[in-house]
Design a protein around this ligand. Sequence first.
Ligand SMILES: Cc1cc2nc3c(=O)[nH]c(=O)nc-3n(C[C@H](O)[C@H](O)[C@H](O)COP(=O)(O)OP(=O)(O)OC[C@H]3O[C@@H](n4cnc5c(N)ncnc54)[C@H](O)[C@@H]3O)c2cc1C
Length: 427
Amino acid sequence: MANTSYPASYYAASANPVPPRPALQDDVETDVCVIGAGYTGLSSALFLLENGFKVTVLEAAKVGFGASGRNGGQIVNSYSRDIDVIERSVGPQQAQLLGNMAFEGGRIIRERVAKYQIQCDLKDGGVFAALTAKQMGHLESQKRLWERFGHTQLELLDQRRIREVVACDEYVGGMLDMSGGHIHPLNLALGEAAAVESLGGVIYEQSPAVRIERGASPVVHTPQGKVRAKFIIVAGNAYLGNLVPELAAKSMPCGTQVIATEPLGDELAHSLLPQDYCVEDCNYLLDYYRLTGDKRLIFGGGVVYGARDPANIEAIIRPKMLKAFPQLKDVKIDYAWTGNFLLTLSRLPQVGRLGDNIYYSQGCSGHGVTYTHLAGKVLAEALRGQAERFDAFADLPHYPFPGGQLLRTPFAAMGAWYYGLRDKLGF
Ligand SMILES: Cc1cc2nc3c(=O)[nH]c(=O)nc-3n(C[C@H](O)[C@H](O)[C@H](O)COP(=O)(O)OP(=O)(O)OC[C@H]3O[C@@H](n4cnc5c(N)ncnc54)[C@H](O)[C@@H]3O)c2cc1C
C-alpha cells in the first residue's frame, strides 16, 4: 500500500494540531465531489461552499499530503510562462483575461487567511533575483508587461538595492513584488480544510478515489465507499496516477527538493534577509529560499524528472545553499524532503471538462501556490454557470510529451539539461 503519512519535513514537524478525519465507509450523495485535498481541491471546496453547494472532499492520504504541504511556501504571482508568450499562442483577447487574473491568487490567499484566521506565518514581499544582465533585462520587460495588465506594485532593484534585501553577492539586480510573500504551506492547507469544515463541507482522509463511474450522475468509488455527485472536480495533480487516463498523457510528475536548516537565531537570519522577503532566482532550474517563523532557512531547488525520490537530498541542495550563502557553512540541516509537482509541455495549467460534469485543473508546472487558489475560484465560477474565466484556461492548447509515457522523462531531462547549461553560461 502507498505511504500516506506526511514526509518527515519541517512543515509536518511544525504543523498546527488538527482533529483526525475518518475514511469514507458509506455511500454518500453530494453536489460536488472533490478528489484531492491540496490547494486546488480545498480552494474549490471553499468557493463552492461559500456559494451554497454541498461538498465532499476525498483525500487519498491526509490534507496537504501532496505539493501543497511540502512546497517552498513562496507566494509567487503569475504563471510559469510569460503572458507575452501566452499572447502569441492564444491571441490578445484570451491573453487579456489570463493577464488580468495573474495576480489574483495572492489576493485570494490573503483573503482566506484573514477571513478564516489561518495561522500560517504569512509574510509580505517576494524578490525575483537576476544573476546576469540578461536576466535583469528580462525582469525589466516583465515589469512593463505586467503593468500593461494593471499590476503596478512592482519595484526594480539595482545591485545596491538587492544587496540591502538579500545578503548574496551573486545578484546583479532584481524585482520586488510586495503582493508576493510567503507562508507555512501545510498550515495554510490545514487552515483551509478547517474552513471547509466550518462551512459544512466534509473531508474524508485515507480515501483514495479508485474509480470514476462516468455518466449523468457520476459516482466516485473509494476502497470502502462511494460518492454520488452532480459534479466531480479532479484535483489530484502530480499524485493522481492514472485515475483519469486522458489527463496523464499531457503531463508529467516531477520531483523537487527542499531543505530546512536548524534555527539560525535572530541576528544571523536578519543578516541574510533583513526584510524577511522570500527570494527566487531567474534561472530556468531555479533556486528559491526564505526564512520560517522560527528563523530557519528553507532552501529549494533542482528537479528530478519522472518524480523518482533522490537518495540524498541534502547532498543535492546544500551546495546550492552554500553557493548563495557561504556564511552558512557550519549550519546544520535539520530536515530534507522531496515533493512532486506536475509539468506540462507548455508549462501552463491543464484545465477543462470531461463530459459536462467532470472538471479538472492541474499541471501548473511550478508557481502553483497562487494559481491553485485562483483555480478553485475559477472552477467554482464554472460550476455556477459563469465559465468565461474558466474557458480562458480551458482553451489553452496542450500537447503530449514527445516520446510518450516511456520516453517523456529522458526527453524532458534533456531539455532541462540544455536550459541548465544556458543558465550556467548566461545566455
Ligand atoms: C517541493 C516543492 C516546492 C514547491 N515550491 C513552490 C513554491 O515555493 N511556490 C509555488 O508557487 N509553488 C511551489 N510548488 C508547486 C505547488 O506546491 C503546487 O503547484 C501546488 O501545491 C499544487 O496543488 P494541488 O492541490 O494542485 O496538488 P497537491 O498539493 O499535490 O494535492 C493533490 C492531492 O490530491 C491527492 N490525491 C491524488 N490522487 C488522489 C485520489 N485518487 N483520490 C484522492 N486523493 C488524491 C493527493 O494525496 C494530494 O493530497 C512546489 C512544489 C513542490 C513539490
